[in-house]
Design a protein around this ligand. Structure first.
Ligand code: BG6
Length: 486
């Protein structure tokens, strides 16, 4: 299969940090279809050769084993081309069209990795230039809008030019091997499914913590914040993967239908829950890994009075037969104590204790997403006999620990590599449908509105901690605790 991959934003951050390295890995692994061409598109005036040199220089910041040797890069570079394009100029899209017609590839992928403000312009221009043919697929990066109305407007424009099955909305969390494993755990094994419900599960916690700050993205982040950046998409997609019903098959729409049902079942917000079940925070100066770091308001591009949240913790429920009454907690933030994403499934305690010290014992399944990819099943075992001299046995906690990186090797297909190959293959399973996206925006919007009217602003937390204490207080009110506190 021959393909033409056009990368709008071809000199941008995403292109060189994520997309080019992922395309190179696919090339190296021999999974990129052989007859391919990758065309970077941006406003700068550059020759193909200059573009190749630019990409090569950027590869220097790619971590060791993933960096190409000079010889490998020369072979990869043969795929790279460049077209100068100003998204506001119809004639530039004609030039792109001429470039694509030179080759007439079987599949054309338009990857829009530009500032979100350009999504609709690019789609309209593609349609005007006749570049929305049936063999074309369009890939859109998040954020797709900043609220429900803007999301809908973008989706409407895109759908005027392309059919839904040509539109690939990326949520890179869905491409992570650990998230694939979550689907495998739930729907490739019969063991957990009977337990996966309110009768056996006390609560579920989803944590996506980052130790990095906003880096150089202060200006972007100021208008985004953690709720739009992480909760509306990545965290809710994880919640769907944990909470959805088993789909009838593994086809894209069967999976997306079930995820959509979860999003539609999320308990609607009330003024009471908006006040008590959502905590927003912002990091102040502190230390991460022993190094002093500035507070958010001192970051480049950030308003010194900013109310933008860099942390969110919330409690919700999926109001259906399987999950009624089970709290789902989501927590995400920047400049927290470490880089750690995991889902914790806390089972209900034993109904009756026959051993000493096991009254409240509850089993726990931890799905580690990153940096480790694996599963921990926390159980109780008889450890040291009865040496303590106490009457009856004393049990101790132990865990079954499955490390997928060790089991399958650390050289697994990365999220963007996987997703790009899926686009080339036309597989939509791991991409978000417009109705899912709208349902997610509909659910987060009351929180955004609530904050708009709240003049107090986010609670400060010192960089390098687990966020404001209100986050612990919120979960403690239900009688639970975050894993690091229990
Ligand atoms: C992106 C957010 O979608 O996800 C970033 O815009 C965040 O702010 C990133 O840092 C986290 O992704 P990962 O794969 O590093 O967990």
């Amino acid at each position: 299969m021959s393909f033409d991959l056009v990368l709008f934003g071809g000199t941008g951050d995403l292109a060189w940090r994520k997309l080019m390295p992922a395309l190179f890995q696919a090339f190296r692994h021999g999974t990129l279809p052989a007859e391919g061409r990758i065309t970077g598109v941006a406003r700068d005036d550059m020759s193909h050769e200059q573009y190749r040199t630019l990409i090569q220089s950027r590869f220097n910041s790619v971590e060791g084993a993933k960096r190409p040797s000079d010889e490998e890069f020369q072979r990869f570079a043969a795929l790279l081309h460049y077209v100068r394009l100003d998204a506001s100029k119809a004639e530039d899209f004609q030039r792109l069209r001429n470039h694509l017609e030179e080759r007439n590839a079987d599949t054309v992928v338009m990857y829009v990795a530009t500032a979100p403000g350009l999504f609709t312009t690019v789609c309209e221009q593609l349609a005007t230039a006749g570049l929305n043919t049936p063999k074309t697929r369009i890939v859109l990066e998040k954020p797709l809008g900043h609220d429900l109305a803007s999301n809908r407007a973008i989706n409407q424009t895109v759908r005027k030019a392309f059919n839904e099955n040509q539109i690939f909305r990326i949520d890179h969390y869905l491409g992570k091997p650990s998230v694939q494993n979550l689907f495998a755990l739930r729907f490739g094994n019969a063991l957990f499914e009977p337990m996966w419900r309110r009768e056996h599960i006390a609560n579920i916690q989803i944590t996506i913590s980052e130790d990095l700050g906003v880096e150089k993205r202060g200006a972007f982040y100021e208008n985004t914040g953690a709720l739009r950046d992480m909760v509306q998409n990545h965290a809710l997609q994880l919640l769907c993967a944990v909470g959805m019903e088993p789909p009838i098959n593994a086809h894209a729409d069967a999976i997306r239908d079930e995820k959509l049902k979860v999003l539609r079942s999320l308990k609607p917000w009330t003024s009471e829950t908006l006040t008590h079940h959502v905590v927003r925070g912002q990091y102040s100066a502190g230390a991460v890994g022993g190094t002093a770091v500035p507070g958010y308001r001192a970051e480049f591009g950030v308003d010194p009075q900013s109310h933008t949240e860099t942390f969110v913790a919330l409690r919700t429920e999926i109001a259906n037969w399987r999950w009624a009454g089970v709290p789902f907690y989501i927590r995400t933030g920047k400049r927290l104590a470490g880089r750690d994403a995991h889902i914790e499934v806390n089972f209900r305690p034993m109904p009756h204790a026959i051993f000493a010290n096991t009254g409240n014992t509850a089993n726990r399944l931890v799905i580690n997403l990153q940096p480790k990819d694996g599963l921990e099943l926390h159980l109780m075992a008889e450890g040291q006999g009865t040496r303590s001299g106490s009457a009856g046995q004393t049990l101790v906690p132990v865990q079954l620990d499955l490390d997928f990186d060790k089991r399958f090797g650390a050289e697994r297909v990365g999220a963007y590599e996987r997703l790009l190959l899926d686009v080339l293959d036309g597989r939509l399973n791991l991409f978000v449908r417009s109705d899912e996206q709208e349902a997610a925006w509909r659910w987060v919007e009351p929180i955004l509105n609530h904050w708009k009217n709240d003049t107090v602003g986010p609670r400060l937390y010192a960089a390098g901690t687990w966020g404001p204490s209100a986050s612990s207080a919120m979960i403690a009110r239900d009688g639970f605790c975050w894993s690091e506190e229990c």
